[in-house]
Design a protein around this ligand. Structure first.
Ligand SMILES: [Zn+2]
Length: 379
């Protein structure tokens, strides 16, 4: 599972002596057969190699890069055969013995950049589209904590407390019995607090976005009272479970259903808001979105998954246009392009604009299947 610590480590990686290669590869077989992906990746590595050989740089740098490319080819191409992930990001600096890979749920076009720091914009944009969920399974003495992100699930810890025995002995009066009950309740309350503290500790470390609770209705209800306010507001649902018996695939399936429902509602809300605010803080339709992106006004690009449209693009800077035109930046005539939505997403990435893909039909479908939330309020 991709952790915050990995991302931080990557952000901190800066190097003066060698360059670091950042390579994003689309391996999705729905887009292309494996053999075609392979050719594309080999072409990408080869042309990058040629360009870098021409550019100035020390012999050491060039050698490190050559090894990066060889390593990427040797390690990533076999991934195509396994069909395990739809895309990958690889960060390599052989000169510093640095190598990190991430499985990604999606990617537009392949990207290869060699620079003094890792090229993280595409990774950050993809990760920002997905939410990290924490799942806490609770009963009176035993709690378990899980985390799920990008379809992967990991158990993060458990909290167990000893419950006092509740035996009624002969000759005991009502008062003793009440004391015993009170003691029992206190121990349970302490356990809930331990579990809530452990969950908050994980939150401070991993910054998960949302929380799902599971257990018997009463235990979940009582436990919730012990949650830190920052956590209480992140609870998005609960399900019935026995912490002693539930398996990892069961947790994944039950939490997955809640996550899907919640994310779907969230996407509907984004789409509805865009359509309602069209012209006042938002735009919809390709023409308006393009104009907003070009003016640097788009704050978040929202696009329906699978939306493609042929158009025109500048060969030099990828500037997309619906109709043949002169690129306003390079002053070259645009050329036909198979899918300008892909170019629009690339442009948004370049402009540091957030990107959100919508799954399935939303109100945006009848509004051009693409829209943008704007940075500045348009009067
Ligand atoms: Zn251009």
């Amino acid at each position: 599972m991709i952790t915050r610590q990995q991302i931080e480590q990557l952000q901190a990686f800066q190097n003066g002596t060698f360059l670091v290669t950042s390579c994003y590869l689309n391996l999705d077989r729905r887009d292309l057969p494996a053999a075609a992906h392979k050719i594309r990746i080999k072409d990408l590595l080869q042309s990058a190699q040629q360009q870098l050989d021409k550019k100035a740089g020390t012999h050491q740098q060039r050698e490190s890069l050559r090894c990066d490319f060889a390593e990427i080819e040797a390690r990533v191409l076999p991934e195509l055969a396994t069909n395990r992930c739809k895309a990958m990001a690889v960060f390599s600096c052989v000169g510093e013995k640095f190598w990190q890979t991430f499985s990604l749920p999606r990617l537009g076009r392949n990207i290869l950049v060699a620079d003094h720091a890792p090229h993280l914009q595409p990774l950050n944009a993809i990760l920002a589209e997905y939410h990290r969920y924490c799942i806490v399974i609770v009963d009176r003495a035993h709690g378990r904590i899980f985390e799920t992100y990008l379809g992967e699930i990991v158990e993060r810890g458990d909290v167990t407390d000893e419950l006092p025995r509740r035996v009624r002995e002969a000759g005991q009066g009502g008062r003793d019995e009440r004391n015993m009950e009170r003691h029992f309740t206190q121990v349970v309350e302490h356990h809930y607090q331990h579990l809530a503290d452990a969950t908050f500790k994980l939150f401070k470390k991993d910054h998960f976005d949302r929380l799902i609770l599971a257990g018997q209705r009463e235990a979940v209800h009582e436990f919730q009272k012990h949650l830190h306010p920052d956590l209480a507001k992140r609870v998005v649902g609960d399900f019935h479970a026995d912490p002693a018996k539930i398996t990892l695939p069961e947790v994944s399936q039950q939490a997955g259903a809640i996550e899907q429902r919640f994310e779907r509602d969230h996407e509907l809300q984004i789409a509805t808001e865009l359509v309602e605010k069209d012209g006042h803080g938002a735009v919809t339709g390709l023409t308006a979105v393009l104009a907003a992106l070009d003016r640097g006004e788009a704050q978040m690009l929202v696009v329906e998954e699978g939306f493609e449209k042929p158009g025109q693009a500048c060969f030099g800077c990828h500037y997309p246009s619906l109709l043949p035109a002169e690129c306003p930046h390079c002053h070259q005539p645009t050329e036909p392009c198979a899918d300008i939505v892909d170019e629009v997403v690339a442009l948004a990435l370049h402009r540091n604009c957030r990107i959100k893909h919508l799954q399935g039909a939303t109100p945006l479908r009848d509004a051009g299947r693409i829209g943008a939330r704007l940075r500045f309020q348009v009067a």
